[in-house]
Design a protein around this ligand. Sequence first.
Ligand SMILES: NC(=O)c1ccc[n+]([C@@H]2O[C@H](COP(=O)([O-])OP(=O)(O)OC[C@H]3O[C@@H](n4cnc5c(N)ncnc54)[C@H](OP(=O)(O)O)[C@@H]3O)[C@@H](O)[C@H]2O)c1
Length: 331
Amino acid sequence: MKRVCVTGAGGYIASWVVKLLLSKGYMVHGTVRDPCDEKKNGHLKKLENAEERLKLFKADVLEYENLCAAFAGCIGVLHVASPVPGGPVSNPQVELLDPAILGTKNVLNACLNAKVEKVVVVSSASALLGNPKWPTDLEMDESCWTDIEYAKSIEHWYAMSKTVAEVEALEYGKRDDLSVVTICPSFVIGPMLQSTINATSLILLSYMKEEGRTGGDTIENAERPYVDVRDLSEAILLLYENPESNGRYICSPYSLRTRDFVAMMENMFPGHTYPKIFTEKSGRTLLSSKKLVNLGWSYRPLEETIVDTVNNYEELGFLEKGKPYPATIKF
Ligand SMILES: NC(=O)c1ccc[n+]([C@@H]2O[C@H](COP(=O)([O-])OP(=O)(O)OC[C@H]3O[C@@H](n4cnc5c(N)ncnc54)[C@H](OP(=O)(O)O)[C@@H]3O)[C@@H](O)[C@H]2O)c1
């Protein structure tokens, strides 16, 4: 049976990847930092087929030996674990750079040790967007990279961590007997499987709820690129399974201004506390997912994502129940 390992299995994106793999008949190894933390990882054990086919291993990405133990017997690794800060970072080296960069190196070394054949590394659109030389109105493709020195100068440590880790992962794939593919998702939205809210879901929640919104009634009208977490999981598996996949792939089907995004939500789910004032933020974020689409990737309509996300937030109790969206409408 096909056996693969997902790092950081209990996280927002990784949980969907694990669910998808289990539904496709894979034997799944998942690394988590604390297998006994039911709040963080309990949901994994409840996934369909988890009892028979999911095995959790304790491993921080900075612990090489533990990674080797988790990857033993696997032919593939989907490396998702990397810190996503929910606020200001006091020690970027320890909190972000080391787990992202050294962590990825450790994962790749452990893959070689375990004779893994292929790795998909989850990078980020942050590894593209910090490129001041890219023409504003030109769609970004995979040739666009965040300028590491620029990211450092503006102390965008997350962008720096993801960019350096991705550059090194692709270099590693060139040097050694291991196929390495990277994927750069933009702002990931969609329902959560885990019970503790992740950083980016918290941002989306703040579109509908004043609590957590720094500007009260006011929000920045920035253009933001989005992808559904379920479509992203399909993309990660597609890159893993397709022998033609190579290099890096942008995964970001939609770009829209916050005002337009909020208007869609408000139209579908009136009754929540939406921001009223939008401060203008210039600049475009146009990302092309053509390379991924050409490989066979498809994605759902944004409306479907919004409906499923808001229903999920209400079910999990992160959002008080608003007016239900009519179930008769199909996308
Ligand atoms: N959400 C987005 O919009 C977005 C967009 C682009 C790319 N990404 C990338 O997607 C990946 C997953 O993000 P997410 O949104 O799913 O966030 P998340 O729910 O916070 O997941 C992050 C995962 O990384 C794990 N992790 C952090 N530091 C670790 C370490 N030192 N050792 C082992 N595991 C560690 C966390 O484990 P614990 O549970 O133990 O803390 C958690 O499982 C990250 O690589 C992120 O950069 C996310």
